[in-house]
Design a protein around this ligand. Sequence first.
Ligand code: UGA
Length: 438
Amino acid sequence: MNLRVSVIGTNYLGATHAAGMAEFGHRVIGVDIDHERIATLSSGRSHIYEVGLEPMLALHTQSGRLRFTTDYRLIADWADVHFLALGTPSGASGAADLSQLEAAVDALGPLLTRPTLVVGKSTVPVGTAVRLQDRLRALAPAGDGIEVAWNPEFLREGFAVEDTLRPDRLVFGVQSEDALELLEQVYAIPLTESTPVVHCDLATAELIKTAANAFLATKISFINSMAQMCQAAGGDVVLLADAIGYDQRIGREFLNAGLGFGGGCLPKDIRALAVRAEGLGVGVLAQLIEAVEAINAGQRVELAELAVAQLGGDVRGARIAVLGAAFKPGTDDTRNSPALTVAEHLYAAGAEVAIYDPQARLPPRPGFTQVATLDEAVTGAEIVLHLTEWPEFRYLDPERLGALAKNKIIIDGRLKLHAPTWRDAGWKVVQIGRAATL
Ligand code: UGA
């Protein structure tokens, strides 16, 4: 059955969710307070780089099935179900800042005159759903007719459309049969494709999402600490990851060692989980997360220091080429980007940093020059740093780049370059935790 669906918040999560809901056949209105973003989305264009999103936006805005507005009055009593897809950035203490969610609830609540389901998709500290429900019920003329459910989102940037249309699991945190049935209608299409579903209470649904991100972050920091062991003892972390990854209980994914994790989700979600764990008296989880964070931060510092060491301990005035600015390939998102932390460190040490990224556009800032082509970044460089593993970097021609660079030294911060090819072309290749013979 086709439903009327509202999606409040239209950034990475909300824009993709709104387009995905339209693709599932529902009539959708996306809401945001950002007029410029709403104008862009209304014209069928995307304000973010995400493979496959724009064609879906174009198709469904043209057919009229998908609309965008800044006016909550258009959605309040219109929608059968409201999704909350707002950002929950880190607040000053590291706890999640819920002000965007609260503002949305405050705008929506007073307009809800009939019983409605409001479904949270944002990543939140456990306990938030119940608090938001209390707040909505206090504000809404429909009072206790308002029910909150939690349906966390697991999409990855760069694969957002794919993950939305074909999720690997669905989590329905609900308090009633009615809410469950409505969510089953919303997701009727993936459910017919045998997508696994977990029905649970609100707290479990909230915790599932933070646990997933914390586990992924832990996996990455674990393999990075093994990279340190390999570096110290002369082993090879890529072969190690391959070998342990063959064990299905471990799995090879998220065992790519290198610069560690960044982005708008993993770092802030695990910090918020640590703060919440402390608050609930589960200090041991907070300690585990602190170790994960310390390993992650250490990788960035070590890489920057390695670059300085390669240039004899002094990078003042040295031209350094940085390949990659996005926090990972496939996105233009530079939030908490490991590549930028390294670049900042080197700039602070006196280097001239030239950054090239195929998609990410940096706001002008002192210290870095963002250049339009890779050749421009490498020309005259005393050292080249490969910091975001865009596929196009993997197949660069080391012979040609060798003619542009001042020194043929490259640090492969993502362990993705085929070092023998580079070495054959006369380059010194540095990879933390990889045997130099491979
Ligand atoms: C992450 C989760 O993977 C999603 O499931 C989740 O829905 C999302 O956060 C969210 O909470 O919204 P995302 O932030 O898009 O998705 O990025 P990931 O693909 O998880 O990568 C995170 C970081 O880990 C990147 O900087 C990446 O370079 C790094 N990484 C990943 C590694 O260093 N090694 C690996 O083996 C894998």
